[in-house]
Ligand binder design. Structure first.
Ligand code: NAI
Ligand code: CS2
Length: 497
């Protein structure tokens, strides 16, 4: 459909090639539509040339880096409030794009840039798995092959923690103050986690180095929020219909939020004038967002995909799925939260339903379903354990349904036996468990719950909870998704049904 109301903001002239103050690792869709837009607002407002971005990929995707370079690092962000209302922004805040993957030519250029005294902040969106931390314990996965590589060859790192350690080593040797590391991935206490990955890896290299990082490097946490679906050919086609022929363009929603812990020893853009919330403690914001927004997304992803539903908006268009989300929010997620001052959980979840219903985004459930082993601990399980610890008889039936759906999803087919890819660092383990226990659902559930990288012990050992998962799995298989959702509304006394 041709948009009826198009608002186009174009940059009048070529941005200066200098002025890089931020290095970003993880040049994906989200970075282009979120952080780079905030930096653009800063540049436009302040007219300053000190916080431009050098953005790099250290793993896929090289093509995007080449496309950005070909386009002079200019690209468009299309913010859709619905199919008929779109704001197109041209973004020039990225001044340099590098591909520094193991097979890429730019690793030295990236490390040199990270060692430049003008660079005072390094930001990251390398996905949850890019930190090589156990989702359960939060410890560095020292046996993961890329980390084994970075321990053996620390000067030519392959991982984000390895890049940070090597760049910090170079700065320290040159007497340059360390940059601030700002994680922008969807993890709880994401600054603390990034710090742990970096310090643990540094300790393999030299314990004095680890101590120096511990004492001198700031790792503020941040909560990031904007729905930015992966681009599809259909998106490119509709942008072409608006006259935008830009392979690096991204499509996203209008909403955007960034809450940042204000701890930047070498300074930062005065982002508070550009819509960033600079706060002392991010934790209440991130817990609310992870459990309410992302928790609901994951529920839709697994339960919806099993029913053959493809997108978030198609899911929430169905009353049963809206009911499932309301039940999960009201009964299981909201009671675990300490809300940020001034926020209202019901208003927040109402706004989530409106955002999820935005059918111009075509946000694919399959994208959200990937990396479940990395996502579920913070989205469902941490809150679930808190409930079980606080109340022995806590009823987590929506979470149990979500876990049953996730386990069924990891078999690689939906309830009509239509195949889908299972994209997860533990995909091979899942396949083994399904091969071994496919005929015995109770044994299958026990084997999944025994994955201590995913499930906390308190949840694993709750027999009533595992029986609820078993009951939900049976309902999904035998009666379908809507019936399994309907069962949630039964009296809480059937907890051990
Ligand atoms: P994307 O697929 O467009 O980009 C992923 C980026 O991560 C790429 O730059 C890729 O090179 C990098 N990457 C992947 N695995 C890596 C690894 N093991 N080591 C180093 N780099 C690695 O995905 P997108 O949309 O940019 O999302 C990335 C992350 O941003 C998400 O995982 C999430 O934590 C965060 N985020 C995304 C939102 C969205 O709506 N897309 C919204 C809020 C946060
Ligand atoms: C989604 C998130 O892909 C996913 O797992 O839940 O990326 C979600 O779109 C963002 O967190 C919204 O801010």
């Amino acid at each position: 459909m041709i948009a009826a109301d198009i608002n186009i903001e174009r940059k009048p002239s070529r941005r200066p090639p200098s002025g890089i103050g931020i290095v970003h690792l993880g040049l994906g869709a989200f970075h282009r539509a979120h952080q780079a837009v905030y930096v653009q607002r800063y540049i436009d407002r302040a007219g300053a040339d000190d916080w431009g971005i050098c953005s790099a990929n250290i793993r896929a995707n090289r093509t995007l880096v080449d496309q950005l370079r070909d386009g002079d690092c200019r690209y468009h962000v299309a913010e859709y409030s619905d199919d008929e209302h779109v704001t197109l922004r041209e973004v020039t805040a990225i001044r340099e794009a590098l591909y520094a993957g193991p097979d890429g030519p730019d690793r030295e250029a990236l490390l040199a840039r990270m060692s430049d005294p003008a660079v005072r902040i390094v930001t990251l969106t390398v996905t949850e798995k890019g930190y090589f931390l156990s989702p359960g314990s939060g410890e560095l996965l020292a046996d993961a092959p890329p980390i084994v590589h970075d321990i053996a060859e620390p000067r030519s790192p392959h991982t984000a923690p390895g890049m940070l350690v090597e760049a910090l080593v170079r700065r320290r040797a040159a007497g340059v103050e360390p940059f601030t590391v700002l994680c922008c991935d969807n993890m709880p206490h994401n600054g603390r986690r990034t710090r742990r990955a970096v310090i643990s890896l540094a300790r393999h290299r030299e314990s004095a180095l680890a101590d120096w990082i511990e004492a001198n490097v700031a790792f503020p946490s941040s909560m990031v929020d904007r729905i930015v679906p992966a681009m599809t050919d259909a998106d490119r086609k509709r942008l072409a219909g608006l006259g935008i022929d830009d392979p690096a363009a991204v499509v996203c929603e209008t909403f955007s939020q960034w809450v940042v812990e204000d701890h930047f020893p070498l300074g930062r853009p005065d982002w508070e004038f550009d819509g960033v919330e600079m706060v002392a403690d991010v934790a209440p914001f991130e817990t609310m967002k992870l459990r309410l927004l992302n928790g609901a997304h994951s529920l839709l992803a697994y339960v919806g995909t099993l029913a053959g539903i493809e997108t978030v908006d198609a899911g929430v268009a169905r009353p049963a799925f809206r009911g499932l989300l309301q039940y999960y929010w009201q009964q299981e997620a909201i009671p675990t939260l300490s809300l940020p001052a001034g926020s209202d959980a019901v208003a927040y979840t109402d706004s989530l339903l409106a955002r999820f219903g935005n059918d111009s985004l075509r946000h694919r459930l399959q994208q959200i379903a990937m990396d479940g082993s990395q996502k579920l601990p913070q989205r469902w399980l941490a809150g679930g354990v808190e409930s079980l610890t606080a109340n022995d008889g806590a009823d987590l039936r929506a979470t149990a349904l979500g876990i049953a759906a996730w386990i069924r999803y990891t078999a690689g087919t939906d309830l009509n036996n239509q195949p889908h890819p299972v994209d997860d660092p533990l995909a091979e383990t899942f396949a083994t468990l399904h091969r071994r226990h496919g005929d015995d659902p109770a044994a299958l559930i026990d084997a999944f719950l025994a994955l201590d990288a995913v499930f906390p012990a308190a949840m694993r050992d709750d027999r009533l909870f595992s029986r609820q998962i078993l009951a939900a799995l049976a309902r999904l298989e035998n009666d379908g998704v809507e019936s399994a959702i309907a069962a949630l509304t039964l009296n809480a006394s059937d907890r051990d049904a």
